[in-house]
Design a protein around this ligand. Structure first.
Ligand SMILES: Cc1cc2nc3c(=O)[nH]c(=O)nc-3n(C[C@H](O)[C@H](O)[C@H](O)COP(=O)(O)O)c2cc1C
Length: 149
């Protein structure tokens, strides 16, 4: 009598492979998230979960910056900590500061969803400048690691 495996075969959604390739090729990743009930939005979490189950998952050693926007005043400060926790497990490098929170986001974008709020624009610029430096540092570290081998 043949024994049957109890482990189900898991097939990742087809779109996850091109997304995975794009993340692998990128020098860094900016995760822009809403906050649902003080927590992670299910759809985006699900996408990250699928990508994380692919062989040679693409988040390892990847520099990551996080931004969030919400209708409430705090701009997703709570969900950002939950994203950090997720990426710890995935061995990514999440930049700590500057943080970008766009609270009351419905008042900060125009009809074409262009960001119009100057303080938020300034924070985003500051974060992007810091993230470029952060990515370069992480890249230099990985070269050093290769040389040391
Ligand atoms: C299920 C759900 C939960 C939400 N929870 C929060 C929350 O915890 N904090 C907050 O500021 N806004 C919350 N909002 C409002 C979202 O910030 C706002 O709807 C979001 O910017 C729009 O994102 P969406 O297009 O993905 O719905 C919530 C919205 C939904 C639909």
């Amino acid at each position: 009598m043949r024994s049957r495996s109890t482990t189900p075969t898991i097939r990742p959604p087809l779109v996850s492979r091109p997304a995975c390739r794009r993340i692998r090729k990128a020098d860094g990743l900016i995760v822009v998230s809403p906050e649902y009930n003080y927590g992670l939005p299910g759809g985006l979490k699900n996408a990250i979960d699928w990508l994380s189950r692919l062989e040679n998952q693409p988040f390892k050693d990847k520099p990551i910056a996080i931004q969030s926007a919400t209708g409430g005043p705090l701009g997703g400060s709570r969900v950002q900590y939950q994203w950090r926790q997720v990426f710890v497990f995935l061995d990514a490098h999440v930049m700590t500061r500057p943080e970008v929170f766009a609270g009351l986001a419905q008042n900060k974008f125009d009809d074409k969803l262009e960001l119009m709020d100057q303080p938020t624009i300034d924070f985003v610029k500051m974060q992007l400048a810091a993230f470029e430096k952060y990515m370069r540092e992480k890249l230099a570290c990985s070269f050093t690691a290769v040389v040391q081998l």
